[in-house]
Design a protein around this ligand. Structure first.
Ligand code: LLP
Length: 423
């Protein structure tokens, strides 16, 4: 357990979170290096008998230190923009371990990917395929491509994070795949040697994976029979974690399933886990600013809000909340609505959290905040996005400084014609 109470204080590995809050201020995201490593190792161990590579989905948490840490343990990178390719390279991920996905790759992004010599571009449409073909040809190179196929499987997760159903914007329709692969094979500058799919995120049972992977493997075989040079099956990410009562996907069970479905296929396997590697390794530490008794409710008002952790406002997601000081046994827990400082009614982390009495200055931690937390933070209401800290054993470092208020408008300009007039 990366987070737990020792002598009444909540710790991340060997460091008290209070100590980090005092050094880095609040709100602050705190990550356990050990927890990230152990999640990656669990996947690597489970798939040891299969030719599998884990390309960490940077979108979950793109901090350079996090990417470096995982790359150092053998992870590759799943990227979705030129910016993410640059981050992955900067963090030290070897290009031959980087894949680039995304429905809207612009010419410069395609050029950057090809010039960097990344492993594979995951193609989402025929127009994109033609664009990559033309650019690669102009650059005198050949792009290794995987086509993202939409298996039309409902992922049994939140509507907004399902990606593999017919109505979703991702990939090409399953039935059209043989035709589109044939087209790819006929185009110069592209080599269709991979098949890509990703059905959604925070999936906590194996059934949707079984369905989707089964369809992917069947198609992979058909394409081989069609004479395509298929060598890589990229099964995406989506492995669910524990927020409240769910259980995280079991790597051993997943590996057994994949082993069974791909038996005799003789290909490289790629996975794109994001959340699974980092979510439970992170917390968001915030301070109580006020406790307000009003409208027959108790509001605990924090210095973190929807601008710091957007998931509750955007998806109705619930993150557990722990006080940094452990409540003594027998403390009467009271229901409270936990809210942020932002001027919007949706700035609510959750209703009816059961909390010990809290005073201004008390510190709390939202759990399972390592994925899709800091990356989705913003400066809304001119509240600077938070700092990030990485803990390893008894050591901690700030890996992202808190933005200064004046940094927020450093790039803004008042045009001369406005500046000359007196306000
Ligand atoms: N590969 C592709 C093509 C993806 O679209 C995604 C996530 C992943 C891999 C990584 O999925 P993961 O292993 O993390 O589930 N902001 C949302 C999640 C959006 C996920 C988007 N795609 C949230 O906070 O729940």
């Amino acid at each position: 357990m990366p987070f737990g109470y020792h002598q009444g204080r909540l710790h991340c590995e060997g460091v008290a979170l209070e100590e980090i809050a005092a050094a880095a201020g609040t709100p602050v995201y705190v990550y356990s290096a050990g927890a990230m490593r152990s999640r990656l190792h669990a996947l690597q161990r489970a798939f040891a008998g299969q030719r599998a590579m884990f390309c960490y989905a940077l979108k979950a948490n793109h901090n350079l230190a996090v990417v470096r840490l995982l790359a150092g343990e053998g992870a590759g990178a799943d990227t979705v923009s030129g910016g993410e390719v640059m981050r992955a390279l900067k963090a030290g991920v070897p290009p031959e371990r980087i894949v680039l996905a995304g429905v809207a790759k612009a010419d410069e992004e395609i050029r950057l990917a090809l010039a960097s010599g990344i492993l594979q571009l995951n193609v989402e449409s025929v127009p994109e395929l033609r664009r990559i073909s033309a650019i690669a040809q102009a650059m005198g190179t050949t792009a290794s491509v995987a086509i993202r196929v939409n298996p039309d499987v409902a992922a049994a997760t939140h509507d907004k994070i399902s990606t593999g159903r017919k109505q979703d914007k991702f990939g090409i329709a399953y039935e059209t795949a043989p035709e589109i692969y044939a087209l790819a094979a006929s185009l110069p500058g592209v080599r269709p040697e991979g098949l890509h799919m990703h059905i959604g995120s925070q999936i906590t049972t194996l059934e949707p994976f079984e369905k989707a992977y089964g369809r992917g493997v069947a198609l992979f075989r058909t394409l081989r029979e069609q004479g395509l040079p298929m060598r890589r099956l990229d099964l995406g990410g989506g492995f669910g974690v524990r927020y409240l009562h769910e259980s995280a996907i079991d790597p051993e069970a997943l590996a057994a399933l994949v082993g069974r479905l791909t038996a005799g296929l003789d290909c490289e396997l790629l996975f794109e886990p994001g959340r699974y590697l980092v979510a439970e390794a992170g917390v968001l530490v915030a301070a109580v600013i006020y406790v307000k008794e009003a409208q027959d409710r108790r509001f605990v008002i924090l210095d973190a809000g929807m601008n710091t952790l957007m998931r509750p406002a955007l998806y109705g997601a619930r993150h557990d909340l722990l006080p940094l000081r452990e409540a003594p046994a027998g403390t009467h827990l009271q229901p409270a609505d936990v809210v942020g400082p932002i001027c919007e009614s949706s700035d609510v982390f959750g209703r009816d959290y059961h909390l010990p009495p809290m005073a201004p200055g008390a510190l709390v931690a939202f759990t399972t905040a390592g994925a899709y937390g800091a990356v989705m933070a913003s400066d809304y209401n001119s509240r600077p996005a938070p700092a990030e800290v990485l803990v390893d054993g008894g050591r901690f470092d700030v890996i992202r400084e808190r933005r200064l208020p004046e940094e927020q408008f450093a790039g803004e300009r008042i045009p001369d014609w406005l500046a000359s007039g007196a306000p």
